[in-house]
Design a protein around this ligand. Structure first.
Ligand code: UT7
Length: 333
């Protein structure tokens, strides 16, 4: 058995939170030049949730983490650390982790945000698990939360139909020997930065009236470039991680890919020679929620009775940066 970490560490509870408002493809076609057929066949999305203006990532992240704590039977004050993966923090600073800490009353925790776009949850999970395995902390809340509507340009139909708002959370702690995170493989390649980015609002191009007027605080994406890279890297990386641990697709109970496009997800599943029924899909109902896709998918898989203690699970992501990664685990509870 492989185990990359110094001790067995895994996920011991999950939670999620979405805004109430459901926006269907037909709803979108009422105010932009798009249609249900195009969105469904090109992306797999039927509907998504959109938050009311004024909703911050912590407004969804805090209830998601509280749900994970409740499911674990743990008090917020028992958390040592909160790591929040997000590209849409409530504010540039303080971090969304600080706001979630305050909202749930995690009085013994420190915390910070991780910005790795759609791979953010996987990187935060690895960071949390490594700190637990090394003995620095015992109980970590890892949250993936994004309010993508806060950075959508509704005049750009090529991006605005893809994204939704949401948050998922997990508790990370020591688990039984043989369970938890077995291995991971993460990479970034900054040469792909220009293909998916928010051009302004950082130190390079602070906000001005001109950057706001020209929508430079919104998502800019070269869809086909991102698509090509996502298909290749997510599939190859997941396969390489399986190979180096001596596993084949038929041994996986569940494959949980980042939910950006059903065609990218299907390509990765084919590369793993996986029965499609063993891929977790929630893009149809929630769209691309960036850092929230994987933890919400895990929470829903638990709710649907698709995960049991000891099951082999692979998580995979690809996103802006470019960033990508995969994590292999044995479900711990
Ligand atoms: O999570 C972060 C990572 N992001 C991703 O992984 C996203 C990767 N990219 C994609 O998923 C796909 O590239 C998209 C879904 C964004 C686009 O799909 P595509 O099959 O690559 O379409 P396309 O960009 O090549 O556009 C095809 C046509 C174009 O029309 P023409 O030029 O052929 O006449 C677009 O203008 O579809 C048109 N189009 C639309 N039509 C109706 C683009 N967006 C829409 C729309 N509704 N919303």
């Amino acid at each position: 058995m492989t185990r990359r970490l110094a001790a067995p560490v895994g996920i011991t509870a999950t939670g999620e939170c979405y805004p109430e408002r459901v926006v269907t493809n037909d709803d979108l076609s009422k105010f932009m030049d798009t249609n249900d057929e195009w969105i469904r066949t090109r992306t797999g999305i039927r509907e998504r949730r959109w938050a009311e203006p004024g909703t911050g990532a912590s407004d969804l992240g805090a209830p998601a983490l509280q749900m994970a704590l409740d499911n674990r039977g743990m008090k917020a004050s028992e958390l040592d650390l909160i790591i929040v993966a997000t590209v849409t923090p409530d504010t540039q600073f303080p971090s969304t982790a600080c706001r979630i800490q305050h909202k749930i009353g995690a009085t013994g925790a420190f915390g910070y945000d991780v910005n790795a776009a759609c791979s953010g949850f996987l990187y935060a999970l690895t960071t949390a698990a490594s700190m637990v395995a090394g003995g620095a902390v015992s109980r970590v809340g890892v949250v993936g939360a994004d309010i993508m509507t806060s950075v959508l340009n509704l005049e750009d139909r090529t991006t605005s139909v893809l994204f939704g708002d949401g948050a998922g959370a997990v508790i990370v702690e020591r688990v039984e020997e043989g369970l938890g995170i077995l291995d991971f493989h993460h990479r970034v390649d900054g040469s792909g930065g220009e293909f998916l980015h928010m051009p302004a609002g950082g130190s390079l191009r602070p906000a001005t009236a001109e950057t706001v007027a020209s929508k430079q605080h919104c998502i800019h994406q070269s869809g086909s470039e991102v698509f090509k890279n996502a298909v290749r890297e997510m599939a190859d990386n997941s396969k390489a991680l399986m190979d180096r641990n001596g596993y084949t697709g038929d041994q996986l109970k569940l494959f949980v890919p980042h939910q950006a496009n059903i065609r990218i997800m299907d390509a990765a599943a084919r590369r793993l020679e996986l029965d499609p029924a063993r891929m977790m899909v929630n893009i149809d109902r929630f769209g691309n929620t960036t850092a929230a896709t994987i933890p919400t998918a895990l929470h829903q898989a638990m709710g649907q009775g698709r995960l049991e203690k000891g099951d082999l699970v692979a998580l995979a992501a690809f996103g802006a940066g470019f960033t990508w990664g995969a994590t292999l685990l044995r479900w711990a509870y």
